[in-house]
Design a protein around this ligand. Structure first.
Ligand code: FAD
Ligand code: NAI
Length: 463
């Protein structure tokens, strides 16, 4: 007889481990299967957390070199120790993954170590042993999309996993893909001294971002020294004694050129990871992009099997996966679990940061929604001036008739933190006027949000 649980979650990333903890909190007997040696999934091991550690370390170095002087603070012989930076990153990762292990123990979630595959709709096999459950949750996440002709070896041609563990600063890093990963990790290595060229297929960066913000974003990254080849595709890579020779072509067709790189980062997106699960054997349906198909309650085509996080449709973000984990656990407990997909923020942790929630201007135009725009630049914000960090602006979009907030887009210092009040505003169905009438501490970066909200009605005070 197989060990029996109420819920078995496959995958201990932010979707899976949060779902397991919430289900245990709600009184269910829970197991979570993880094949990695540590818990936390992509996010804690090789994604959000290590990349943010390196972004912070490289930003500290860059600020000391280029930012502190304007505050009258100077230092001589500024240098960095890449080994120590990587050591700090590894410590942060270790503390976070151990933290999840502690939370599992605290909540009595059983960690089944190994790779799971389905035997039936309510039985899985891990390391040759069977486990049964009333509910089985697929939370197996995602993996890097490969680029034909550019074979990853994780040393010269790397995915994000190799790019957060390089042993030395490359002379020339070529990033294929101008999205979240390419721009965050590209900026890390640029700050540490690499020449960085981003090759992007489309004629703009981060296709999901508001167009005006994306243009400003490219400018700030340009100031950092990053170079861009937009509207360009990579058609092949040849390893040489010195590095890698890439062949590029205009996306629309035309003459080929070559580009020499020491290291190439392939960051053209991520895809659902379902390999080895045996979905076909139990009949779990996937869509045209290999994602597990679910209904509004995270149920797959097979009753009793559910899916959440990167492995299903929607933005591939840790907090989206977490919200789904909580919602599903609550649904399984008979409660009304729900995720508001209109209020999921997205943040690119470069500096300045870029943060957004809700609709972009392009989306509103395409949907034929009449809207108002309010904008306020950080050059007119006292706190940003004091910090010496005035690049960027806040842009708010509200319904032309009702003034309900429809979207918020920020490029600027700490945009990822600033956006939180607008996520809450959208969650509560606030109008731009609600935000404008809210007292904001002075002097704070968030005053730019208040001013942008005032600007929606043409009455910003400080510009
Ligand atoms: P994952 O975190 O991918 O976890 C899935 C887990 O399932 C993995 O540990 C895997 O080993 C395990 N697994 C798979 N198959 C099996 C099996 N058969 N049996 C047992 N275990 C299995 N998102 C943000 O919101 N903010 C960020 O700053 C951010 N930065 C990122 C930086 C990088 C470099 C990358 C790559 C991603 C980043 N992301 C970020 C995205 C974020 O990591 C993902 O959205 C998030 O991890 C998805 O969570 P998940 O639980 O769905 O899957
Ligand atoms: P992405 O989807 O963000 O960007 C991929 C980029 O590559 C796009 O601009 C796309 O147009 C381009 N592209 C696609 N094919 C190409 C080709 N053949 N040649 C050149 N360019 C090509 O994907 P990325 O950066 O790999 O990240 C994957 C996901 O991980 C993100 O979408 C995001 O969900 C998540 N992530 C989130 C972070 C955050 O929240 N801060 C940080 C890093 C990753």
């Amino acid at each position: 007889m197989a060990d029996q649980f109420d819920v078995i979650v496959i995958g201990a990333g932010p979707g899976g481990y949060v779902c397991a903890i919430r289900a245990a909190q709600l009184g269910m007997k829970v197991a979570c299967v993880e094949k990695r040696a540590t818990l936390g999934g992509t996010c804690l091991n090789v994604g959000c957390i290590p990349s943010k550690a390196l972004l912070q370390s490289s930003e500290n170095y860059h600020e000391l070199l280029h930012g502190f002087a304007r505050h009258g603070v100077s230092a001589e012989n500024v240098s960095f120790d890449l080994g120590k930076m990587m050591g700090h990153k590894d410590e942060v990762v270790g503390a976070n993954t151990k933290g999840v292990e502690f939370l599992f123990k605290k909540n009595k979630v059983t960690w089944l170590k190994g790779a799971a595959s389905f035997k039936s709709a309510n039985t899985i096999v891990v390391d040759g042993k069977e486990y049964g459950a009333r509910h089985i949750v697929i939370a197996t996440g995602s993996e890097s999309v490969p680029l034909p002709g550019v074979e990853v070896d994780e040393t010269q041609i790397v995915t994000s996993t190799g790019a957060i563990a390089l042993e030395s600063v490359p002379k020339h890093l070529v990033v294929i893909g101008g999205g979240y990963i390419g721009l965050e990790l590209g900026s890390v290595w640029r700050r540490l001294g690499a020449e960085v060229t981003v090759v992007e297929f489309l004629d703009r960066l981060v296709p999901t971002m508001d167009g005006e913000v994306a243009t400003a974003f490219q400018k700030t990254l340009g100031k950092l020294g990053m170079k861009f080849k937009l509207g360009t595709k990579v058609t092949g890579a040849a390893k040489t004694a010195k590095g890698v020779t890439l062949t590029l072509e205009p996306a629309k067709g035309g003459a080929a050129e070559t580009l020499e790189a020491d290291v190439v980062l392939v960051a053209i997106g991520r895809r659902a990871h379902t390999e080895g699960l045996g979905l076909d054997a139990v009949g779990v349906a996937t869509d045209e992009r290999g994602r597990v198909k679910t209904n509004g309650h995270y149920t797959t085509s097979v009753p009793g099997i559910y899916a959440i996080g990167d492995v299903i449709a929607g933005p591939m973000l840790a907090h989206k996966a977490e919200e789904e984990g909580v919602a599903l656990a609550e649904l399984l407990a008979g409660q009304a679990g729900h995720v508001n997909y209109g209020a999921i923020p997205g943040v690119v942790y470069t500096w300045p940061e870029v943060a957004s929630v809700g609709k972009t201007e392009e989306e509103l135009k395409a949907e034929g929604v009449a809207y108002k725009v309010g904008k306020f630049p950080f050059t007119a914000n006292g706190r940003a001036r004091a910090m010496g960090d005035t690049d960027g602006f806040v842009k708010l979009l509200s319904d032309k008739t009702t003034d309900k907030l429809l979207g918020a887009h920020i490029i600027g210092p700490d945009a990822g933190t600033i956006i939180a009040e607008l996520v809450l505003a959208i969650e509560f169905g606030a109008s731009a006027e609600d935000v404008a009438r809210t007292s904001h501490a002075h002097p704070s970066l968030n005053e730019a949000v208040k001013e942008a909200a005032l600007a929606v009605d043409g009455r910003a005070l400080h510009i």
